[in-house]
Design a protein around this ligand. Sequence first.
Ligand SMILES: Nc1ncnc2c1ncn2[C@@H]1O[C@H](COP(=O)(O)OP(=O)(O)OP(=O)(O)O)[C@@H](O)[C@H]1O
Ligand SMILES: [Mg+2]
Length: 533
Amino acid sequence: MLKANNIEIRFNTRVLFENVNLEFKDDNCYGIIGANGAGKSTFLKILSGELEPTKGDVILGKGERLSVLKQNHNEFDEYTVLDTVIMGDYRLYKVMKEKNDLYMKEDFSMEDGMKVAELEEEFASLNGWQAESDIAVLLSGLGLKNDVLYKEMKELKDSEKVKVLLARAIFGNPDVLLLDEPTNGLDSKSIMWLEEYLINFKNTVLVVSHDRHFLNKVCTHMVDIDYGKITLFVGNYDFWYESSQLIQRQMKDSNKKKEDKIKELEDFIRRFSANASKSKQATSRKRSLEKIVLDEIKPSSRKYPYINFEIDKVLGKEGITLENVSYVVDGKTIIKDLNLNLTKSDKIVLIGTNEIAKTALLNIISGQIEPTSGTIKYGSTVKLSYYEKNHSKYFKDDSNLIEWLRNYSDNKDESFVRGFLGRMLFSGEESLKKVSVLSGGEKVRCMFSKVMLERGNVLLLDEPTNHLDIESITSLNEGLKRYDSALIISTFDQEIIESVGNRLIEIKSDGSYNDKQISYEEYIEKFGLDDIN
Ligand SMILES: Nc1ncnc2c1ncn2[C@@H]1O[C@H](COP(=O)(O)OP(=O)(O)OP(=O)(O)O)[C@@H](O)[C@H]1O
Ligand SMILES: [Mg+2]
């Protein structure tokens, strides 16, 4: 059980939400929805105690334990996988560390001996001896091999990190589980595993997600953050969507009726207020007129950014040519003898689950890494723009949004930069906030501004829909349909694959690849996708 008591949070003058009074109960799964930047992650941070609200307090059931999966996946890079997961049960982790530190002591005293005995007892009561095997079972359920346990987190790829962090969150069966975008970076098999896990989970779950399918599958309730309010609905995402549409229609109808009534009353007053015999009636109608309140209809504060990738110069006949490109890491072949000729009309989608290979190929084409063998030739007109999947390095400094984007713009004029930010939905005071506080989706929108300013005629995009809300995904999709030059995109978004792509490349687990100019549906039917796990 988790209770939010009169919570309010404001940053400077902006109130994210206020008067939040909600209770989250056992055996329910609450899906938290809202636009990018609405305050979902902030709400979870308040509930977990990481962030102090401006007003109000949070109450956790007596003796209950809460655990969290955060949106940022790089927090534990310096720890081993085993420690990262055990730390999810912080009490157990502390007992274990304290105990081990005492054993390591050279001048081990009597007192230490007694303390160790106490700690051993507590360790056993917390199921400490079983922890390692429990963790191994959890990780293998998520498709990770046992040899991963003693690796450091920074050695893992992003999709593996998410799995470990997920295991950390659910380790030791917490009473309240908070998950911030858990499906981001997960493959479909692991998503299915997580869905089953959450459906069977007996305690309280709060999960932030932009994935409608996932929300429908696991949620019993929806929590919508919009207009500085947090509203609770019973039912899954589709049910919330339909009922909120219905409420809007009803409000519109009832407003229409009220407007008619107002007009009628106004007519009456106008006609008869000068007429002495009717003026009493007119006065009373004036009073009824004053009583009619039109319900304020707020469709949603969700907005569409304007994403449009323009080019500086047309890509000439010579695009990019890869000849026999191979890429090997630690003796494992990631890409094998890849040949590719990229021209202006190519809209290539990198499909399949081999994320490492897809990112490696984009890194090779963008020149960020060298292939192990093979050659790449660039035509003289080629101008690259690359949207990288892992872009946290761009947001480490202390600058505000205007200063940040100005770094990437030839035109340093403030009004020009502000115009660009406005299109990405940062206006007024919003453009003065520090880039370090941006939400996941807001960072992606900033990266898009950077890419748009580069005006490249070869666009490379690595999973650009991660973190984005539905409105931004739609805008991105439209922008990509309009883009009139060469494009390589790695994405799982079926709508984008089908409406943008005209050529599909899948790199398989052994590094070999398919390169086909057919529809996605046909591809799946003919070849299926290689199962990397
Ligand atoms: N310390 C801060 N100062 C000013 N603004 C902040 C601060 N921390 C967060 N914000 C702003 O608060 C808003 C909510 O951020 P939050 O990360 O909660 O959004 P979100 O709903 O999780 O979005 P997303 O879907 O993109 O992850 C954002 O506009 C963010 O820039
Ligand atoms: Mg967030």
